[in-house]
Design a protein around this ligand. Structure first.
Ligand code: ATP
Ligand code: MG
Length: 183
């Protein structure tokens, strides 16, 4: 019998750049998601999964990893503070989120540099306007918006490269590189 199975594809990784909250902040954010569920329904993101996406890279062969690490090491953006105060839901994406009041300039620079360098290195780069948010709920379909009385303050001092996998329990994320922010 001839072997009809498809050829083994080179090992690939699903990658994105992100800022990763401390475990303590992730717990606070999760509690917020649990509260928000009463307003808009949905399923809270597991605490350890809560993050701020900077740039989505997508599926790439594992041998591209050194190029991405080199690219990340060349980024120059200052640390910044996020004042997280806006709670809302995008019904079409079915996502409930927490977002900063304003996008700090260093965060914009970080995202723009990542996308520019990703495109230059032959990866996909985002062209849509960046809308920073932390997903607190999935499958939340009710349009909604409110402002937290007291903002959550997040001092962001580094960014990370994350590998994402999907199994029966949903997505799980593994941090595979960290770089400090410096101006
Ligand atoms: P799932 O797709 O199973 O719901 P997920 O979206 O959390 O899980 P990924 O699809 O690997 O996992 O995405 C990782 C991160 O990148 C998430 O924050 C996601 O919102 C973001 N992301 C995914 N696809 C894109 C895309 N096409 N453009 C921009 N960001 C994306
Ligand atoms: Mg996804």
């Amino acid at each position: 019998m001839p072997d009809t199975s498809p050829p083994l594809s080179p090992q690939s990784l699903r990658l994105f750049f992100a800022c990763w909250p401390t475990a303590a902040l992730q717990q606070q954010l999760h509690a917020l998601g649990v509260g928000l569920r009463q307003q808009i329904g949905g399923r809270p993101t597991r605490p350890e999964n809560i993050h701020l996406t900077l740039a989505f890279v997508g599926d790439v062969p594992a041998q591209q990893l050194p190029a991405l690490q080199q690219l990340a090491a060349g980024i120059t953006a200052a640390p910044f503070t996020l004042q997280l105060q806006q709670l809302g839901c995008w019904p079409q994406a079915a996502v409930g989120w927490l977002a900063p009041d304003q996008t700090p300039e260093p965060l914009l620079q970080l995202v723009q540099q990542l996308n520019r360098d990703l495109r230059q290195a032959g990866f996909r780069g985002e062209k849509r306007r960046y809308r920073p948010h932390l997903t607190l709920l999935r499958k939340a379909t009710q349009g909604w918006h409110s402002t937290l009385e007291t903002p959550l303050c997040w001092q962001v001092e580094e960014f990370v490269l994350v590998a994402s996998t999907l199994d029966a329990h949903g997505p799980s994320y593994r941090i595979i590189g960290r770089w400090p922010l410096h101006g």
